[in-house]
Design a protein around this ligand. Structure first.
Ligand code: PLP
Length: 455
C-alpha cells in the first residue's frame, strides 16, 4: 500500500508540476494509445502498482489539461491544492456519508462547509442544504422540495398521489434558463410545453416587465450567471415581485457559478437580492475549484427537503440530525463536501474573493485584447465569461477548431442570440497573467491566419 500510494502521489504531483508546459489538447497518438486499456475481461490478477503505472503511462498523456490555467471551455474550474489532497483522503477513509452513525468526521466538515458556503454567497443564516453531484442535481433537489411544498400547501401529497390530477403549479422560467433546470423540471413531471417562458434582454437577463401576473401557486426559476454571457437576472426586483404577490411563489435561483460573484466585493452587486429566494443551486466544482463532482443544494427552510427526499427502512439507523440520506436524491454517498471545507479553510474569505475577482479581471483582459485587435465582443464582460466573433460564422468556427487543435489553450464555441461566437470562461484558480497573454497571442495569431485564408 505504501509504495503504491507513494507512486500514485508521485504521478499526480509530476502531472501537476508539468501541466503548464503540456499541450492543453492531447496528441492524436496519445488518444490512439488508449486502446491499450481495452481488451477482454482479465482472467488473472495484475499487481496494483502495475495497474497504476499503466494508467499513468497511457492515461496521463491522453488528458485534456484543464487544470493548468489555459483551459477556457464550458465553465470548468481547476482544483485547488488543498481540495485535491482532501479528495484523496476522502477516498482513503471511504466513509458512507449518508448517515451520522458511520461518518461523524466528514459530516461535521460538510456541515461547516455548508455554513461557510452560505456566508460566502451572502445567503440567509437560517438556510440549510446538502452537497450533491453538481448544479443539475442541486436544481432537481431544490425543485423537488418546491413541488412538494406548494402541493402540500394545497392539501395534496405528491408522494402518495403523484401528479395526475394534482392542483396546477405554474412554473416560470427565463428564455435563457440553463438546460439543467429544464431537465430537472422534466424529471419532476413538469412538461416543458407547460413552462411559462419569460423574454430576456441582449445579455440573457429576464425582463421584469415581461414577467406575467402570478396566478395560483408558482415556481419562479431565476438565474445568476448565464452560461454564455455571465449575466445575472435582476434578482432583487424579481424576488421583490414574488415576495409581494398574494399568491404563493417559490423562487429558485440557479447560480451554478454566478452566485460566487457574491464572494467578491467588487462583483457582489450583480447578485444583490439573491438572499430573498427560497432555494439556490450552485456548484463547487466550477468556481470554487474543487475536484469533480460537487454541487450544493440550499433551501431557506431545511424542513422542506425531507418530505421530498427522506427514505426509511428498518435497518437504517438514523440519528436526530437531518442527515444527507434524507436530503438528497442519493442514499449512499461520497463526502464530496469535504474538499469544499478544505478549499475554504485554505483560502479563507479573502482568498476566495481574490480568486473570483482575478478570474473576472482575466476575462476583462481577454475582451480588451480581442477588441483592440478589431474583433467584436458580443457580451458585456461583467463576470468571467467572454463571447467573441471573428467575423463570419464559419470564420469563428474555424478559429475555434484550429485553436483546439493547436493546444496553447482551449475554448469552445456557442451561438449567442443567433450569432456564432467563441466562448471564453475563466474559472481556473491557476490562470495567471502570463497564461492570458500566451492564450491571447494564440487566439490572435490563429484568427489572423484564418482571416488571410478566407478570401
Ligand atoms: C454548469 C451549469 C449547470 C449544471 O451544473 P452541473 O454541475 O454540470 O450539473 C447549471 N446551471 C448553470 C448556469 C451552469 O453553468
Amino acid at each position: 500500500m505504501k509504495d503504491l500510494l507513494a507512486r500514485t502521489a508521485q504521478a499526480a504531483s509530476s502531472y501537476r508540476a508539468t501541466c503548464k508546459d503540456r499541450s492543453v489538447t492531447p496528441a492524436q497518438a496519445s488518444l490512439d494509445a488508449l486502446a491499450v486499456l481495452d481488451g477482454p475481461l482479465p482472467v488473472n490478477s495484475t499487481s496494483p502498482l502495475e495497474v497504476i503505472e499503466l494508467m499513468d503511462r497511457i492515461g496521463t498523456p491522453a488528458t485534456t489539461v484543464s487544470v493548468g490555467g489555459r483551459f477556457f471551455g464550458f465553465v470548468k474550474g481547476g482544483t485547488l491544492p488543498a481540495a485535491l489532497a482532501a479528495d484523496w483522503l476522502v477516498s482513503a477513509w471511504d466513509q458512507n456519508s449518508a448517515m451520522e452513525i458511520e461518518a461523524h468526521g466528514v459530516l461535521r466538515m460538510e456541515r461547516t462547509a455548508l455554513e461557510w458556503t452560505k456566508e460566502l454567497l451572502g445567503l440567509p443564516a437560517e438556510a440549510g442544504g446538502v452537497f450533491v453531484t453538481g448544479a443539475t442535481m442541486a436544481n432537481l433537489t431544490c425543485l423537488a422540495a418546491a413541488r412538494h411544498k406548494l402541493l402540500a400547501d394545497c392539501g395534496w401529497d405528491v408522494n402518495e398521489q403523484g401528479l395526475f390530477g394534482a392542483p396546477e403549479i405554474r412554473v416560470i422560467v427565463g428564455e435563457e434558463a440553463h438546460v439543467s433546470v429544464l431537465k430537472a423540471l422534466r424529471l419532476l413531471g413538469f412538461g416543458l410545453a407547460r413552462l411559462i417562458r419569460v423574454a430576456v434582454d441582449g445579455q440573457g437577463r429576464m425582463r421584469p416587465q415581461a414577467l406575467p401576473e402570478f396566478a395560483g401557486p408558482t415556481i419562479l426559476c431565476l438565474q445568476a450567471g448565464n452560461v454564455n454571457t455571465g449575466a445575472c437576472d435582476p434578482l432583487a426586483e424579481l424576488c421583490g415581485k414574488a415576495r409581494t404577490a398574494k399568491e404563493r411563489v417559490w423562487v429558485h435561483i440557479d447560480g451554478a457559478f454566478g452566485l460566487w460573484a457574491a464572494a467578491a466585493p467588487e462583483r457582489a452587486a450583480l447578485v444583490a437580492g439573491a438572499d430573498q429566494a427560497d432555494s439556490w443551486a450552485t456548484d463547487a466544482h466550477k468556481w470554487l475549484n474543487v475536484p469533480y463532482d460537487c454541487g450544493v443544494a440550499l433551501v431557506r427552510d431545511i424542513q422542506t427537503l425531507p418530505p421530498a427526499m427522506a427514505i426509511n427502512a428498518s435497518y437504517l439507523q438514523s440519528g436526530e440530525r437531518l442527515e444527507p440520506l434524507h436530503l438528497t436524491p442519493e442514499a449512499s454517498r461520497r463526502a464530496r463536501g469535504v474538499p469544499v471545507w478544505a478549499a475554504v479553510k485554505s483560502l479563507g474569505r479573502s482568498g476566495v474573493a481574490e480568486m473570483v475577482e482575478r478570474c473576472c479581471r482575466h476575462a476583462a483582459s481577454f475582451a480588451e485584447g480581442l477588441r483592440a485587435a478589431g474583433y467584436e465582443v458580443l457580451n458585456e464582460v461583467v463576470l468571467n465569461q467572454v463571447l467573441v466573433s471573428f467575423g463570419e460564422p464559419e470564420e469563428t468556427l474555424e478559429v475555434v477548431q484550429r485553436l483546439q487543435a493547436e493546444g496553447t489553450c482551449w475554448c469552445g464555441s456557442t451561438v449567442w442570440q443567433g450569432r456564432r461566437a467563441m466562448r471564453i470562461s475563466v474559472s481556473d484558480w491557476a490562470t495567471t497573467d502570463e497564461d492570458v497573454t500566451q492564450s491571447l497571442e494564440a487566439m490572435l495569431r490563429i484568427a489572423g491566419e484564418v482571416r488571410r485564408a478566407v478570401p
